[in-house]
Design a protein around this ligand. Structure first.
Ligand code: ATP
Ligand code: MG
Ligand code: MG
Length: 143
């Protein structure tokens, strides 16, 4: 049914729930491939334009945090055959994830509903919204 599953991961509670569901699903789907991607966002995207002029150090710290997040996931899925965790960058998370899914011919994207943002009233955050809105393949949103 689903052979290549892509998980969008930002370390948030719903993303962790998404990862757990993805692992369960992968274990029921023989020979399926699971890849968890975290997209690094430059400081200006996360914290505002003021940080465009911030010391390079801040960017480095954030990149290091993104690497740590990715290797934590790598450890979580180490027991699974045919699974990987990848740190991506190069643009807005939703676009990077959708392009990656298309380029590598994934057939399902699993995302958390909300992320690390503070405004929790809406069902979806901007990243999960963009993914659902523009994906050409099925998307599973996990709350
Ligand atoms: P916003 O970012 O719009 O303020 P939010 O942080 O609450 O709101 P999203 O960022 O849309 O919500 O997060 C929803 C889901 O999208 C997350 O649970 C995660 O699955 C995925 N996601 C968000 N950011 C990233 C990222 N940088 N890399 C990979 N997946 C991400
Ligand atoms: Mg977010
Ligand atoms: Mg945001």
């Amino acid at each position: 049914m689903f052979n290549k599953i892509l998980v969008a991961y930002d370390g948030s509670e719903t993303a962790q729930n998404a990862l757990h569901k993805a692992i369960e699903m992968k274990m029921t789907l023989k020979d399926s491939y699971l890849e968890v991607v975290h997209v690094f966002q430059v400081a200006s995207a996360v914290l505002g334009d003021a940080l465009l002029t911030a010391p390079v150090m801040v960017q480095d710290d954030l990149y290091e945090a993104a690497e740590t997040l990715t290797s934590e996931v790598r450890q979580q899925i180490a027991h699974l055959p045919f699974a990987a965790a990848t740190l991506l960058d190069g643009g807005p998370p939703a676009k990077v994830i959708l392009d990656y899914a298309e380029e590598h011919q994934f057939d399902l994207i699993i995302s958390g509903s909300r992320g690390l943002g503070t405004f929790k009233e809406l069902l979806l955050g901007s990243v999960s919204y963009e993914i659902v809105q523009h994906a050409k393949i099925p998307v599973l949103i996990v709350k």
